[in-house]
Design a protein around this ligand. Structure first.
Ligand SMILES: Cc1cc2nc3c(=O)[nH]c(=O)nc-3n(C[C@H](O)[C@H](O)[C@H](O)COP(=O)(O)OP(=O)(O)OC[C@H]3O[C@@H](n4cnc5c(N)ncnc54)[C@H](O)[C@@H]3O)c2cc1C
Length: 453
């Protein structure tokens, strides 16, 4: 077998794995197969009329050394651009208006939560640590520690913003493992934050990360990574089946072409991987198929600056459910990254859908733009029409780590052990951020190197 490893899927996870496998095994040893006509999966960017339009993610946090190293290896380091510092200011919509999310002491005077809600949140240091091992949803964890109102309004909005998810359905341990550890290690979140601040003051460990993109948008990352693979990446090559053969795997592409390799990296969404391994490992296929996804629609809207009454002085805002708005949130993209809109214009990104509102993803383009006009207009004082409107639809955009995710991961790990040289990577398992995808890719590179050795 000339091809030692086949990587299936050329999103950020698959591209990163292919890049480093190629570095260690040689260019001819790795073949990447991608169903779509181009690379990137949900991460990519377009240019139109002077605007930079990101399809899905709009940046990565510059705190993961493996991502920073990849950016450097790809020669993209000098093209990185950090978000404007004003992005630290974030808003949540409640009772008809936007409230800035403030840290104490400003938090105590903010009307984002009712007075009893604020007082309850202040009791967090007094709440005992969870002792039992039972799995908690994000909502249960947050309600226990900071009270139901803060859990519903602040945490609910944050979960929509990150996962497009429902805090009552998602597993705290899998979505926010660091917070679970903070409670376990320090006894509470306030105590943990104080201790972490102290540690940071003592060491120049730096901030938790700044949102970072590239000239030309976040799509520069997959585009450059795909280019580095040369002709060892094939597009319009949907894999349909993987079968075990002597000392490796046979991979079926499209209508029946077969290829073989000693190892296979599955870097597709879990539902796609499920179909491929149905015969190879039925239990893993069931677990993969059981990982639900939330659909998301991203509306990118460009306006002349003069058409917007609001200052747009921050990251943007999120909308908890129960506020009679359908939009999930709006990012003030050109405030974060001014170069993503032409001079004199602003770019907004509005999100619809998510797990709580799957029907929003089926609205027509006209209905979606109409909804933006009706809901966003009064909030931001919009007086004119957008000079650019582009919708990006992600019917199964973000995997949902719902309660029971641990058991699904175990079934998938069992398959990896039973099928040496088969690795499942990507955003469906242990983190949805671009940094998590890069970390998962490195895990595969290590496992496969060991296997081939
Ligand atoms: C709207 C939105 C906003 C986001 N914002 C951020 C953000 O700001 N910051 C951040 O860090 N993360 C963000 N994310 C998350 C991040 O973008 C994703 O987690 C990441 O891009 C996923 O990469 P992946 O390679 O794991 O999966 P995907 O991007 O899903 O790639 C999988 C690839 O597999 C291919 N494939 C599928 N089936 C087959 C088959 N049968 N054969 C061959 N190939 C196949 C697909 O075509 C695709 O290219 C966002 C996601 C969305 C949807």
């Amino acid at each position: 077998m000339d091809t030692k490893v086949i990587v299936i899927g050329a999103g950020v996870s698959g591209l990163c794995a292919s890049y480093y496998l190629k570095e260690t095994l040689g260019a001819d040893a790795v073949l990447t197969l991608e169903a779509a006509p181009g690379p990137g999966g949900t991460t990519g960017s377009d240019r139109s009329a002077g605007y930079v339009l990101d399809w899905g993610s709009n940046g990565f946090l510059d705190r993961e050394p493996l991502t920073l190293a990849w950016v450097k290896d790809l020669g993209l380091e000098q093209d990185t651009l950090k978000a404007n510092t004003v992005a630290a200011k974030r808003f949540v919509y409640r009772n008809g208006c936007l409230h800035q999310v403030k840290m104490p002491p400003g938090f105590f005077l903010s009307p984002l939560l009712s007075l009893p809600g604020r007082l309850r949140l202040c009791c967090e240091p007094l709440i005992p640590q969870k002792r039992d091992e039972g799995e908690e949803s994000i909502f249960e964890f947050a309600a226990r520690r900071i009270g139901k109102e803060a859990a519903q309004i602040m945490v609910g909005a944050m979960v929509l913003g990150i996962y497009g998810g429902d805090a009552r359905q998602l597993s705290m341990a899998h979505c926010f493992p660091r917070m679970v550890k903070m409670e376990r290690d320090y006894g509470g979140l306030f105590k943990a934050l104080m201790a972490i601040r102290k540690e940071r003051a003592a060491s120049p460990a730096g901030p938790p990360g700044t949102l970072t993109t590239f000239k030309g948008g976040i799509g520069a990352l997959p585009a450059r990574a795909a280019a580095a693979l040369g002709d060892r990446i094939r597009f319009n090559a949907p894999v349909t089946r993987i079968a075990a053969i002597r000392d490796g795997y046979e991979v079926t592409v499209g209508e029946g072409e077969t290829l073989s390799a000693r190892a296979v990296v599955m870097a597709t969404p879990a539902h796609a991987a499920a179909g491929m391994v149905r015969e190879l490992h039925p239990e893993a296929a069931r677990a993969l198929a059981d990982i639900p996804y939330a659909g998301l629609t991203v509306a990118c809207l460009g306006y002349p600056r003069s058409a917007i009454g609001h200052d747009l002085d921050g990251f943007g805002f999120l909308v908890p459910r129960g506020q009679n708005l359908r939009l999930l949130g709006c990012i003030w993209t050109s405030t974060l990254f001014p170069f993503e809109a032409p001079d004199g214009s602003v770019l907004l990104r509005v999100m619809f859908g998510g797990a709580p509102d799957p029907d929003a993803n089926h609205l027509s383009d006209e209905a979606t733009i109409g909804l933006v006009r009706a809901e966003l207009g009064p909030l931001l004082g919009i007086t004119g029409e957008p000079e650019l409107a582009r919708l990006y639809r992600h019917p199964r955009g973000i995997p949902q780590y719902t309660l029971g995710h641990e058991n699904r991961l175990k079934a998938i790990e069992t398959a990896e052990k039973a099928c040496p040289g088969l690795c499942f990577i990507g955003n469906a398992y242990r983190g949805i951020g671009l940094n998590d995808c890069v970390v998962s890719a490195h895990r595969a590179v290590e496992t496969i190197q060991q296997r081939l050795d």
